[in-house]
Design a protein around this ligand. Structure first.
Ligand SMILES: Nc1nc2c(ncn2[C@@H]2O[C@H](COP(=O)(O)OP(=O)(O)OP(=O)(O)O)[C@@H](O)[C@H]2O)c(=O)[nH]1
Ligand SMILES: [Mg+2]
Length: 413
C-alpha cells in the first residue's frame, strides 16, 4: 500500500525456475506468492527442465535467448529466479538480458525487510542482507546503489568495491554487537520466566498456516494477521490461562518456508531460540494446502536445525472450516479452525495434558510460621483444598516434581 501511495510504478516480473521434480513445481507456485507478497506483478513464468543449474547463467543458453525475447516483448522490469544465484550468475544474466535479476533469497530478504517492525527484527534482516550481499558485490553490479531505485546502474570500480566491502564488514560487526546486547536482555527474561516456572508454549509452522490467528483467538491479542507470507517477524508472547486455571506463556513465531535463506536463519537464530527453550510446540498445519506433507517436513527440518526436535509437540491441523470431512484427532493431533474457534476445547486439553503430565496431587501440612513456603505453594501450584487446623494449614495441591522435592519435609500421607 505504501508504495501505491507514493505513486510508485508496480514492477513487472518474469519468474524463472528449473524444474527437475514435482517439488520444484510447487516451489514455483510459492515463488509466485512470494512475488505478490513483495508487491510485484507476475507477468510470466519461464521454466526449464534440467537436472542441474547452469554454472554461468542458471538456465541454458537457448532458454536464456527465449527469455530475452520474452523480456523485451513484455517490457518486464525484472527477472526473479527460484534459486540462490552466485554474483557471477546474476551479472551474466543481467548483462545478457539487460534487465534486473534477483534470486529467491533476495526476494525473501526484501519481504522481511518490509515487514520487520521491532528494532531487533530490523537489525536481523539487515544483517542477513549484508551477509547475502558481501560475496556478491562483484556480480551485483549496481545493486548497492540500485537500492535507491534506478534499473541498470553499472557496477562500481575496484577501489569503490574495496571500500564497499569494508563498509559492509564494519556494519556487520556493529549490528552483531547490538544484537548480542538484545540477546542478553532476552536471556535474562527467559531465565526469569524459568524461575517463575511458567511453562512456555511456542506456536511454530509454515508461513500462512494461521499461527497468529491462533494466538489472537486464544489470547485476544491483536497480532497482525494477513493472507500474505511472513506476516509475523517478531516473536510475540502472551499469557494464556488454561481451563484448569493454570497459566502458560504462548509465543507466536516467524513462519518457515522451503529454501529459507541460510543467512536469514542465522540472523534470526536468537529470536528462534525462543522455540528451542519452549516446553511444548504447537505445530500449526494448513490442511487446505495441497503440499501439506512437504511443508510439515520443511518445518521439522528447521526445528531439527534449531535443536528443537526433541521438544514435545502437538500437530495442530488448522482451517478445518474449509474441509467437507470431519476429522477426529488424538493426543498428539488436533483439528481446529483458528478463525472460527472450532476445536479449541480439544486443543486446550491437549496442551494441558502435555504440559502438566508430570504433576501429581500431594498433601502438605505447613506450620503457621512457614509463610515463605505457603506463599510458594500459592504461587507455584494449583491448590485444590486448604484446611486450617491446630498444627498448621493442610494443603492439597497439584505440584510438579520440583516443588514436591523442595517441600518434601512438609508432605503428609
Ligand atoms: N478459513 C480459515 N482461514 C484461516 C484460519 N486460520 C487462519 N486463516 C487465514 O490464513 C491466513 C494466514 O493467517 P496468519 O495467522 O497470518 O498466518 P501465520 O501462520 O501467522 O503467517 P505468517 O506470520 O505469515 O507466518 C489469514 O488470511 C487468516 O485469516 C482458519 O481456521 N480458517
Ligand atoms: Mg503470523
Amino acid at each position: 500500500m505504501e508504495e501505491l501511495n507514493r505513486n510508485e510504478k508496480i514492477e513487472r516480473a518474469i519468474l524463472v525456475g528449473i524444474i527437475s521434480t514435482v517439488k520444484d513445481e510447487e516451489s514455483m507456485e510459492e515463488l509466485k506468492e512470494l512475488t505478490l507478497t513483495a508487491g510485484v506483478e507476475v507477468i510470466g513464468v519461464v521454466t526449464q527442465k534440467r537436472d542441474t543449474i547452469h554454472k554461468a547463467h542458471y538456465i541454458g543458453k537457448g532458454k536464456l535467448e527465449e527469455l530475452k525475447f520474452f523480456v523485451e516483448n513484455q517490457e518486464a522490469d525484472l527477472i526473479i529466479v527460484n534459486d540462490e544465484l552466485t554474483g557471477t550468475q546474476i551479472k551474466n544474466m543481467e548483462d545478457f538480458l539487460n534487465v534486473k535479476v534477483i534470486d529467491r533469497t533476495n526476494l525473501i530478504l526484501d519481504i522481511f525487510a518490509k515487514r520487520a517492525r521491532s528494532k531487533e527484527g530490523m537489525l536481523q534482516v539487515e544483517l542477513a542482507q549484508l551477509k547475502y550481499r558481501l560475496p556478491r558485490l562483484v556480480g551485483m553490479g549496481g545493486q548497492l546503489s540500485r537500492l535507491g531505485g534506478g534499473i541498470g546502474t553499472r557496477g562500481p570500480g575496484e577501489t569503490k568495491l574495496e571500500a564497499d566491502r569494508r563498509h559492509i564488514q564494519n556494519r556487520i560487526k556493529a549490528i552483531e554487537k547490538k544484537l548480542e546486547e538484545i540477546k542478553r536482555h532476552r536471556d535474562l527474561q527467559r531465565s526469569r520466566r524459568k524461575k517463575n516456572q511458567v511453562p512456555v508454549v511456542a506456536i511454530v509452522g509454515y508461513t500462512n498456516a494461521g499461527k497468529s490467528t491462533l494466538l489472537n483467538a486464544l489470547t485476544k491479542a491483536e497480532v497482525y494477521v494477513e493472507d500474505k507470507l511472513f506476516a509475523t517477524l517478531d516473536p510475540t508472547a502472551r499469557r494464556l490461562i488454561l481451563p484448569s486455571g493454570r497459566e502458560v506463556i504462548l509465543i507466536d513465531t516467524v513462519g518457515f518456508i522451503r529454501k529459507l535463506p541460510h543467512d536469514l536463519v542465522e540472523a534470526f537464530k536468537s529470536t528462534l531460540e525462543e522455540v528451542k527453550y519452549a516446553d511444548l510446540l504447537l505445530h500449526v498445519i494448513d490442511v487446505t494446502s495441497p503440499d501439506m506433507e512437504e511443508k510439515i517436513k520443511v518445518v521439522e527440518r528447521v526445528l531439527s536445525d534449531l535443536g528443537a526436535i526433541n521438544i514435545p509437540k502437538i500437530n495442530v491441523f488448522n482451517k478445518i472450516d474449509l474441509l467437507e470431512v470431519v476429522l477426529k484427532g488424538n493426543e498428539r493431533e488436533v483439528y481446529i479452525s483458528a478463525k472460527n474457534k472450532i476445536g479449541f476445547d480439544n486443543l486446550l486439553e491437549a496442551i494441558e495434558r502435555e504440559i502438566f503430565k508430570d504433576v501429581e496431587v500431594v498433601n502438605f501440612l505447613l506450620p503457621y510460621d512457614k509463610t515463605k513456603e505457603y506463599n510458594y505453594l500459592k504461587e507455584k501450584t494449583k491448590i485444590i483444598e486448604e484446611n486450617y487446623n491446630e498444627d498448621g494449614i493442610m494443603i492439597k495441591a497439584e505440584v510438579q516434581k520440583e516443588t514436591k522435592e523442595k517441600l518434601k519435609d512438609f508432605i503428609i500421607v
